[in-house]
Design a protein around this ligand. Structure first.
Ligand SMILES: C[S@@+](CC[C@H](N)C(=O)[O-])C[C@H]1O[C@@H](n2cnc3c(N)ncnc32)[C@H](O)[C@@H]1O
Length: 259
């Protein structure tokens, strides 16, 4: 049974399919250090393995997966995202099995997948959806299977806020005004920092702390969880990004989880 929230969110994601690249940080862009890509490149015997891309979006990972794996399955609950993936792949799209559905509905792939990948798609605003989806993903995996993912980091927004605040204070701005400016520059009105949520143009997304990621993956039955960071270059995709090039980079959380 698909919930009202899930249906509404799938419509909003569909609406964002055409302008996706303008609005979202892209963990596959040149200049981004993404450990998941290296892990996927390094997997042994990929040519005999089945991979599933969960929340494939406009399909930036699909060409890489097609070039390495025996079989590629792609799931997204937003029909326009699947259309965009197919358009990206052209004739190669026939080699991917596409499914328009929420990723808590994976029963037919139970025990049939070697590698599951979810890049910035475990973002459901209701954590019960997240728990159901993670449990469904774990059940897709064959013995020896692995789940790789990236999720947006809420602590990275707090990190950027710290740098923005310090920049204002160093310019002599009074503390209350420095708070106001940092909050405006980092768009705090879009975030709920206590619960880790982000709302933007109808989309409602989960943003993660690392401890919650470990907690929810373990709760879903993954006994081995390893975290890492996707590191973004300081550029105009981040608030006043060009000014912080001498600072450690901002991040999203990357993980490798095994049952
Ligand atoms: C931020 S985009 C990331 C897309 C792609 N993985 C990438 O890295 O470019 C999130 C994608 O996840 C999909 N998505 C979000 N929640 C989902 C759910 N519960 N079931 C299936 N797809 C979902 C959205 O439709 C969207 O295409």
């Amino acid at each position: 049974m698909t919930s009202t929230t899930t249906r509404a969110q799938s419509r909003h994601w569909s609406r964002h399919a055409t302008k996706y690249d303008e609005l979202f940080l892209d963990p596959f862009e040149p200049g981004v250090e993404n450990p998941i890509l290296q892990e996927i490149e390094r997997l042994p015997d990929a040519g005999s393995k089945v991979v599933i891309d969960l929340g494939c979006g406009t399909g930036p990972l699909l060409p890489t997966l097609l070039s390495r794996f025996k079989e590629v399955i792609a799931v997204d609950f937003a029909p326009a995202m699947i259309d965009a993936s197919k358009a990206r792949l052209g004739a190669e799209a026939d080699r991917v099995r596409f499914f328009v559905r929420p990723m808590d509905q994976l029963d037919e792939f139970e025990g049939a997948v070697d590698v599951s990948v979810a890049i910035n798609s475990i973002v459901m605003p209701d954590v019960r959806d997240i728990d159901r989806s993670l449990a469904a993903i774990r059940r897709t995996l064959r013995p020896g299977g692995v789940f790789f993912g990236v999720v947006p980091a809420i602590d990275a927004i707090q990190y950027q806020t710290m740098l923005l605040l310090d920049r204002e204070l160093a310019r002599g701005t009074a503390p209350a005004e420095a708070d106001r400016l940092a909050s405006q520059q980092a768009e705090h009105h879009l975030y709920d920092f206590a619960f880790g949520r982000f709302a933007f143009q109808g989309l409602r997304q989960k943003f993660w702390q690392s401890f919650e990621l470990t907690y929810r993956l373990r709760k879903a039955g993954f006994s081995s969880v390893r975290l890492d960071k996707v590191l973004y270059p300081w550029d105009s995709n981040l608030p006043l990004g060009d000014e912080f090039r001498d600072q450690p980079r901002s991040w999203d959380w990357a993980f490798e989880a095994r049952p």
